[in-house]
Design a protein around this ligand. Structure first.
Ligand SMILES: [Zn+2]
Length: 287
């Protein structure tokens, strides 16, 4: 349920009524920590006995889409977290939440609180109000100001780096088979040969899960290429196998197409329809 077992401890503490009013979490993966915190909040709030992925209740759905008024995620606006955001937070949290157990603030990149916003933040943690729970997330707790650090309970949460193959939960053989197929497939799409492209995939795989995996890998190829053209660190092993030679604009547009395909996959749209659409839209960009 959690990528780090530390969040199981928090669930236990919640049941024992021993949650601190604020946590400082140092982590190598802020986004994953945020996902874990949201899952923690679903578990303690879900009226349907949350298990793994509750999509039944309104509360969990609102938490998923960041739309529950009692949960506020504050991120840097430019290079720092602005005082106005902290003041707005205080106003929002001046009354008890209507639908959830706590008002929860999550400060992502808490090291980016500037002096005045940090000062403004201190009131929350110096005189803790019952019913308010806070999380400060950072990559490096050494640069968090002492007054905040000393008033939070601290955790270090290190996530394991997962390879694409691990995250898809497939064997090396399966992974290599997918890669070979994808090479062939992308090649056909990028040349204008008029063939029924969907057969390239469908004659090898008919299970939805396989086709979804294939599109997740195609997404990764384009995403890593996007990082590469933006001069950011990227996965060289994957791109050694696929050099796209496309410009930034095209890669961005193709990423959008692939994202849409993955959404359609999750909505039970027919595979044949999805594959036809994919080829049409990708080719449309090549013309
Ligand atoms: Zn729920």
């Amino acid at each position: 349920m959690f990528a780090s077992s530390i969040f199981n401890d928090l669930v236990t503490k919640f049941h024992e009524n021993k949650l601190a009013h604020a946590y400082l979490i140092e982590t190598n993966n802020l986004d994953q920590a945020l996902i874990d915190i949201k899952n923690f909040l679903k578990i303690i709030n879900c009226p349907e006995n949350y298990n793994n992925d509750c999509t039944k209740c309104n509360l969990c759905n609102l938490i998923n889409i960041n739309n529950l008024p009692s949960i506020k995620v504050i991120e840097p606006d430019g290079t720092s977290i602005k005082k106005k955001d902290i003041i707005a937070l205080k106003e929002d949290f001046s009354s008890r939440p209507l639908y959830s157990k706590y008002n929860v603030y999550i400060i992502k990149n808490a090291d980016k609180l500037n002096a005045s916003s940090a000062n403004s933040m201190l009131k929350f943690i110096e005189e803790p109000t019952p019913g308010i729970l806070g999380f400060f997330l950072t990559n490096n707790k050494d640069i968090i100001i002492d007054t905040i650090k000393s008033r939070c309970e601290s955790y270090t949460v290190n996530y394991e780096y997962k390879t694409l193959q691990d995250s898809l939960n497939i064997t090396n053989e399966q992974y290599q088979n997918y890669l070979n197929l994808i090479k062939n497939y992308l090649n056909y799409i990028n040349t204008s040969k008029l063939i029924t492209n969907k057969n390239i995939i469908l004659k090898e795989y008919t299970e939805r899960q396989d086709i979804e995996n294939i599109f997740k890998i195609i997404y990764a190829i384009y995403y890593q290429s996007f990082l590469k053209v933006n001069h950011e660190p990227y996965d060289e092993t994957l791109l050694n196998e696929f050099s796209l030679n496309e410009n930034k604009n095209k890669i961005e547009q193709k990423l959008k197409i692939i994202t849409k395909i993955l959404t359609n996959m999750s909505y039970n749209v027919s595979i044949e329809l999805i594959l036809d659409k994919f080829v049409l839209e990708m080719r449309g960009l090549n013309e």
